[in-house]
Design a protein around this ligand. Structure first.
Ligand SMILES: [Zn+2]
Length: 160
């Protein structure tokens, strides 16, 4: 557990966004654009693998964070996480301007992610986190294996 205080997730939207320097703005807009593409790429691969799923829905009631891809019957929730916003170990960066604000904001995101994971796992779900930098084909293959593992054997049909 991180001892540092992080902003309350429910209250953070009311915190006004500080002025950002040009480099940070550029990175953020790049990140924002990139955030949708890995998601689409993953969904395309999953579809190609013959999987059927729901998109952008809350896996369990009362959980405010929607998952990007959900297999409700199999209880699998997939999140595609942006490297900047969710602090990927390889690409996380710390903006120099308003460093304190950003540190708290990003730590808050990560804390919320872990809380989401914990809530889902407790409810019997399998959580899959895919970084935006990951190869969507590799991620899709991993998810397909999980689906196979969790799927009832009924597709083989009754014998005879
Ligand atoms: Zn990354």
């Amino acid at each position: 557990m991180n001892a540092r205080r992080v902003p309350d997730g429910d209250r953070s939207p009311s915190v006004s966004k500080p002025v950002t320097d040009a480099a940070t703005s550029a990175r953020m807009s790049r990140q924002k654009r990139a955030n949708t593409n890995p998601e689409l790429a993953l969904r395309r691969e999953l579809h190609r693998a013959g999987l059927r799923y729901f998109v952008d829905r809350a896996p369990i009631k009362g959980l405010r964070r929607r998952a990007d891809v959900v297999f409700p019957r199999l209880h699998i929730a997939v999140y595609v996480d942006g490297c900047f916003w969710h602090r990927c170990p390889e690409h996380a960066t710390d903006p120099k301007n308003n460093a304190q604000w950003w540190a708290e904001k990003l730590a808050g995101n990560v804390a919320r992610d872990r809380a989401t994971d914990a809530a889902l796992i407790e409810a019997g779900w399998q959580v899959v986190r895919v970084w935006e930098h990951e190869d969507p084909r590799v991620a899709a293959e991993h998810i397909r294996a999980l689906v196979r593992e969790r799927a009832p054997r009924q597709e083989q049909g009754p014998t005879g």
